[in-house]
Ligand binder design. Structure first.
Ligand code: AMP
Ligand code: MG
Length: 519
């Protein structure tokens, strides 16, 4: 097995908690605490990602070695690993929540490979000083969802943390999934996540709120140095401005990407926002089946719809404002923040236009295209149309002889389909006229659309089917689904079952349309 090159900068360069006892506490003036994962009784590696392993110079066979299985389950450490949990705060559902921290995430260290840095982090490996009243564990269902979605997002081209492995612990844990006072024993699992950095907005907020300004300054310098090294080429007095601007623009791009593929994060609290603009913390997320800007997968958010599909960009901006307030405690020049937020608005508008044009097969976005897009979104919303299938089928439309019936498969309800046919036909005709304005070859349009409109996404019900099989001891479907999700834009022979719209039985089934935070 290749030897690993650990370089644990986070704990080497940032102040740590002097206490080493693993007990829930407030940790001040420090960014991390030493913590050892709690061993599990029967670790079993049930899935791994060859693509994520490759980032570290490893193969799936390496991960099956006993010392790796031990490391991935919290039962042992490899040479160079030095486990720790980090300290952060956050706004949850709009309210400042104080110290949160890695309650069930334990980082093992940072690996350098091919000139890139990858932090390894176990999720569900036992309690930490930040666990508050919870157990530090994760159930199999949510771990499968995090494992699969991390890799699915990567293959879709959406910035994300990665997932290396999925281990079953052999220990049962208790969860009240419906919050109805009926907890149930569920299988425990651990995902090993991989990312260049797990630093969140909340890491900056907590020291700012506590007035720990020298620590905050230290964290800013550290983050720029380690995670934004290209900024070191800029004059020192401009670095922080460029840094904040980049956080704003990568976050804006991430919001465009989530919109493109129909992903709803579900819990966009500031502690779940990556400083690198990565999708992070897969919890009660969901994939849009029928296009619905008001849809949220998170049952806790069903009333407020704070984190619904259509509000994600506005929430991201709100979160950036909270980050700005935190940074403003040590960065006096307020213009830096207004300029960063303006950059968010500009990049979001520009990239959103480019993305929509590509999704619809147009070469270039024109301001007057908004009318056609708004009309489409209204129709998709009213008629209950499968977002993923709709855009794939739209590519097959002959723009010289538009035939609405080719799109029928994407519609969920016969009654609405009949009722809205005239409006849909009118839209389709206008759409085709818009395509023809550009005078391009049809094959070029189709190629452009198929690059941005996935055929296979991690539909909620597909994940649920794999989870139910795994809970019965059958792990093969996890690997099969991952194999399909590795090429989301290419039609794969024999895989039609993975590209179907949500079946009726899944419409209101827990796990398929409603996800609980209890995980
Ligand atoms: P989330 O909204 O899932 O990202 O979690 C919010 C906070 O709760 C974070 O600080 C987590 O570490 C913590 N947390 C969630 N679940 C658990 C758990 N089972 N044990 C310990 N901490 C948890
Ligand atoms: Mg979180």
């Amino acid at each position: 097995m290749a030897s690993l090159n650990f370089d644990n900068r986070f704990i080497r360069e940032l102040p740590g908690d002097p206490l080493t006892v693993n007990q829930t506490r407030q940790v001040s003036a420090a960014f991390w605490s030493t913590v050892t994962p709690t061993p599990v009784s029967q670790p079993q590696l049930i899935a791994s990602s060859a693509d994520a392993a490759m980032l570290l110079g490893l193969t799936p066979a390496d991960l099956q070695q006993p010392e790796w299985v031990a490391a991935l389950s919290g039962n042992g450490l490899l040479t160079g690993m030095s486990p720790f949990a980090t300290c952060y705060g956050g706004h949850q559902f709009g309210n400042w929540a104080g110290q949160l921290g890695d309650g069930r995430a334990i980082s093992l260290g940072e690996i350098l490979h091919d000139q890139l840095r990858w932090e390894l982090q176990l999720k569900g490996a036992g309690p930490t000083p930040y666990s508050r009243r919870a157990d530090g564990r994760a159930v199999l269902r949510s771990s499968i969802r995090e494992f699969l979605c991390s890799e699915a997002m990567f293959h879709l081209g959406v910035p994300t943390t990665r997932a290396l492995s999925l281990v079953l612990t052999g220990d049962a844990i208790w969860r009240d999934m419906f919050y109805d006072g009926n907890p149930k024993a569920e299988p425990g699992a651990i995902v090993c996540r991989v990312a260049p950095s797990f630093i969140r907005f909340g890491h900056f907020q907590l020291p700012a709120m506590r007035g720990e300004l020298s620590q905050l300054n230290q964290l800013i310098d550290f983050t720029i140095d380690r995670d934004f090294p290209h900024l070191l080429a800029e004059p020192a007095e401009q670095r922080r401005a460029l840094w904040f601007r980049e956080i704003c623009t990568t976050t804006a791009k991430l919001m465009v990407e989530w919109t493109r593929v129909g992903f709803v994060h579900g819990v966009m609290n500031t502690d779940n926002m990556s400083i690198l603009g990565l999708t992070i913390d897969y919890g009660p997320y969901g994939w849009v089946d029928n296009f619905d800007l008001h849809w949220t997968p998170n049952t806790t958010d069903a009333e407020g719809l704070r984190y619904c599909f259509g509000r994600q960009p506005a929430i991201a901006r709100w979160n950036l404002q909270r980050l700005a307030e935190a940074l403003a405690t040590v960065i006096p020049d307020q213009a830096i923040f207004s300029e960063g937020l303006t950059a968010f608005d500009e990049v979001f508008a520009l990239e959103m236009g480019n993305m929509l044009a590509a999704k619809l097969g147009w070469q270039q976005w024109q301001p007057e295209d908004s009318e056609l897009v708004n009309r489409l979104f209204d129709l998709l919303q009213q008629v209950e149309v499968d977002m993923t299938l709709f855009f794939r089928l739209l590519a097959d439309i002959d723009v010289y002889a538009p035939d609405l019936s080719l799109l029928a498969e994407a519609f969920y309800r016969d009654d609405l389909w009949r009722q809205y046919q005239p409006a849909c036909s009118q839209w389709l005709n206008d759409y085709c006229a818009r395509v023809l304005v550009e005078g391009e070859l049809p094959v070029d349009r189709v190629a452009r659309m198929e690059k941005v409109n996935p055929l296979y996404v991690l539909r909620n019900y597909l994940a649920q089917q794999v989870i139910e099989a795994a809970e019965q001891g059958d792990y093969q479907p996890i690997a099969e689904l991952l194999a399909v999700l590795r090429s989301p834009y290419t039609e794969q022979p024999g895989k039609a079952a993975y590209a179907q719209k949500r079946p009726d039985w899944a419409r209101h089934k827990p796990g398929c349309s409603m996800l609980s935070c209890s995980s």
